[in-house]
Design a protein around this ligand. Sequence first.
Ligand SMILES: Cc1cc2nc3c(=O)[nH]c(=O)nc-3n(C[C@H](O)[C@H](O)[C@H](O)COP(=O)(O)OP(=O)(O)OC[C@H]3O[C@@H](n4cnc5c(N)ncnc54)[C@H](O)[C@@H]3O)c2cc1C
Ligand code: FES
Length: 307
Amino acid sequence: MTSGTGAVQGGALQVKGEVVSLKPVGDYLHLTMTAPGVAERMRPGNFVALSVGGEQSAMLLRRAFSIYRAQASTRGGTVEIVFAEHGKGTRWMTRLAPKDTIDVVGPLGRPFALPKQPVACTLVGGGYGMAPMFSLAERLRARGCSVHMLIGAASESRLFGALEASRAASSVRITTEDGSMGHRGRVTDVLPDLIDKTGSDVVYACGPMPMLQAVSAVADEHGAHSQCAVEETMACGVGVCMTCVLPVRGDDGVIRMVRSCVEGPVFRGDRVLWDDVGTIPDGTLGAANRGARNERSDARDHGRSAP
Ligand SMILES: Cc1cc2nc3c(=O)[nH]c(=O)nc-3n(C[C@H](O)[C@H](O)[C@H](O)COP(=O)(O)OP(=O)(O)OC[C@H]3O[C@@H](n4cnc5c(N)ncnc54)[C@H](O)[C@@H]3O)c2cc1C
Ligand code: FES
């Protein structure tokens, strides 16, 4: 990826933004930055890829973050993210100060699919996975959908958006694993009841992979569609390196290794082969060709021509 400013992939831009503010929210940090053009193009579920470490950094790979809020403005729109300190890149981000320059690529990825009819929707967020749910709630409400939120985390300090949720949704349920706030347990403990009581047709989810797998299974069992925003490790973020692939069954029933940065990060939950993420399951399209390629290279290694 180049360091200049310009178009990247689809409608995405690469821009030099400026840090507006960096504030703690529970165990997370809330970063607001200018990113001219990105805010205007953003749709709920999109993410940004930030360059970390400064211009001389050896950290070449951008880091991906869901867009929490995006506000268009005549002076250059702002984009907000919520992040946890994880490793070297996010540690560098915790030291950002107002007016620091930040190189932003976005908006990237496929957004959440919106229902055509005004149906009931349950939005489930695990930890900072709640971040993309607020702009989604706004879009859903604008379509006449009723919005119910279910927020989960290990403990109260790792919940995000609990207060804001009461303004954004008709009903809010909270779960923490240690019982420090709301129901003690996991989101999937209360999700079945929530889907049934609200008559939700769609469940939107963002959070850790095991949570997404469990949410998608509950949605299936209760007759709801699920839309899950996955967080697969990414390198390029724009569809060229194949680092972010996961097995997904297509409309035609065929399993394909699909790029979560371009075809995702939002997938239909019932289409992801959750148990096989991180592997290439048997029957995946192209996997047999991979075998054939191996045979060819074996043949080359033994000085014979490939059949
Ligand atoms: C679509 C998407 C949305 C995301 N949204 C958020 C968000 O809103 N808030 C937030 O805190 N984090 C989010 N993440 C995870 C975030 O990208 C990683 O926490 C971050 O890249 C870690 O970088 P690091 O240098 O601190 O950690 P390191 O562990 O040093 O990172 C090393 C490499 O691994 C990758 N990596 C490490 N952890 C993850 C992870 N959990 N997911 C994906 N790649 C990872 C990094 O991008 C980097 O290339 C998102 C990831 C994806 C793919
Ligand atoms: S991260 Fe490179 S193809 Fe998705």
